[in-house]
Design a protein around this ligand. Structure first.
Ligand SMILES: [Zn+2]
Length: 357
């Protein structure tokens, strides 16, 4: 997520503050009761407690996601409750339910423990209060409120993800996302309508929900439109290869005639060794064989792999414009970046045209 500030790392996961969190800080500090120094300090402490509660909630999502084998990019803290940016393109409904539910569950556990501690110290916990009274009570209720709010069935909030993943058990992900997005849109509109009369903070959250739901819906449509497209259908199948023992200077001279082209390198039995382009050979030492300069780390594709996300991600990670397609150790083709980029762009244009954003 752009425009955010990294404030630390927990278990290797970067924690970032989104710009809108600063807006919240301004709103709290500029509120009418923030006139005296001690009130301003209490407000600042309250904000830090809120921020810590949100972070713990997000860490629960992220740590479970990582344990279940998903890649966690970072945690971005927003006033609404933060976002754990988890790569979740092929996520199964069962895993989505678990990862979505664990955040509110963590907030509920923290809330109950704090309220229990408040009771143990003789503080009153009823009626619920966020302002004034014992800090244990206030922070306890804050965490329960956080859990309750995130459980609203409004995609992309946790409750909406749970709803979508439950729907996806009986329907396609696209259909499940469609239904969950409509529910989220209605809830988001209700928040905006109610917020305009009562509380502008709710308007911000309503807008966040509506934008998030539209983006989830577009992303599901985008993925659905690419379903069934494989590397095999897009690759160049008469791939030229070069034996590893050929002099690098010879290959460099050949590649100079085909700017941007890469060649898979094979051993004497024809098995794939690596890939080489002009860049790998630039400034090569005379006398070296091409096999010594080939990139052996470049990701390998297989004909049956989906174009998205697998091939697209391989291009993105390797920064190469061509990748070898290998089956049973043999090179069966070369996939160029260009047709993949075109297919993704067409899918994006189609979904953007028909989307409601
Ligand atoms: Zn959450």
């Amino acid at each position: 997520m752009k425009r955010s500030l990294t404030i630390g790392r927990v278990a290797g996961i970067p924690i970032r503050l989104h710009w809108s969190f600063f807006l919240l800080a301004l709103l709290v500090l500029a509120s009418p009761n923030g006139t005296t120094g001690s009130v301003a300090l209490a407000d600042a402490i309250w904000l830090i407690v809120l921020f810590a509660s949100v972070t713990l909630h997000e860490l629960a999502h992220s740590l479970l996601a990582r344990r279940l084998g998903l890649k966690v990019r970072d945690i971005v803290l927003l006033p609404i409750g933060g976002v754990s940016q988890i790569e979740a393109i092929d996520i199964s409904p069962a895993i989505e339910t678990k990862v979505a539910a664990v955040g509110p569950l963590a907030s509920i556990v923290i809330g109950v423990v704090l309220l229990g501690a408040a009771l143990a110290t003789g503080a009153s916990i009823w009626p619920p209060a966020l302002y004034g009274g014992s800090w244990l009570t206030r922070v306890g209720w804050l965490n329960l409120l956080l859990a309750g709010f995130n459980l609203l069935p409004a995609l992309p909030m946790d409750g909406g993800r749970v709803l979508r993943s439950l729907l996806a058990r009986g329907h396609s992900k696209l259909r499940a996302t469609q239904v969950a997005s409509v529910v989220a849109f209605v809830l988001g509109a209700a928040m905006i309508g109610y917020g305009l009369k009562k509380d502008y903070f709710l308007v911000i959250i309503g807008v966040f929900v509506a934008i998030g739901a539209a983006s989830e819906w577009n992303s599901a449509r985008f993925q659905a439109s690419l379903t069934g497209l494989t590397v095999g259908a897009y690759m160049h199948s008469d791939a030229t290869t070069v034996p590893a023992g050929v002099a690098a200077s010879e290959v460099a001279a050949w590649l100079a005639h085909f700017p941007g082209r890469a060649l898979p390198v094979v051993d004497e039995t024809g098995r794939y060794q690596g890939i080489v382009d002009g860049g790998n050979l630039a400034g090569h030492i005379p006398g070296l064989a091409v096999g010594q300069l080939a990139d052996r780390q470049a990701p390998l594709l297989a004909p049956e792999m989906p174009l998205y996300p697998h091939a697209a991600r391989a291009f993105e990670q390797s920064k190469r414009r061509q990748l070898a397609v290998v089956s049973g150790g043999r090179v069966v083709g070369v996939l160029y970046l260009q047709p993949v980029a075109t297919a993704l762009m067409q899918a994006r244009q189609q979904t953007a045209r028909l989307g409601w954003s």
